[in-house]
Write a protein that binds this ligand. Structure first.
Ligand SMILES: Nc1ncnc2c1ncn2[C@@H]1O[C@H](COP(=O)(O)OP(=O)(O)OP(=O)(O)O)[C@@H](O)[C@H]1O
Length: 65
């Protein structure tokens, strides 16, 4: 698992490169398998953003009563 602040570099056998884009839940980065050279796009989820969305969901649920 990628820890916050440690996005660039090597993650197991994957080398993380530049950010390709950003979604609602986190960033999408270029990754390359250092053994085979195969390229991937990996999504790095932003835990804080997901947690804040969960709080919003609970609030919406409460408001519906
Ligand atoms: N396989 C890919 N190759 C290149 N760029 C990608 C790839 N997948 C995603 N991206 C880039 O990352 C951005 C965000 O992708 P993501 O899948 O997170 O979008 P989303 O569906 O809007 O997000 P979320 O699932 O968080 O709501 C895209 O707009 C695109 O620019």
């Amino acid at each position: 698992m990628v820890k916050e602040g440690g996005e660039e570099g090597v993650l197991g056998k994957y080398e993380l490169g530049r950010t390709l884009g950003e979604g609602n839940f986190g960033k999408v980065k270029y990754a390359r398998n250092v053994v085979t050279g195969e390229a991937f796009a990996v999504k790095i989820l932003d835990r804080k953003r997901i947690q804040s969305l969960k709080i919003d969901d609970q609030w919406n649920h409460l408001r519906s009563y």
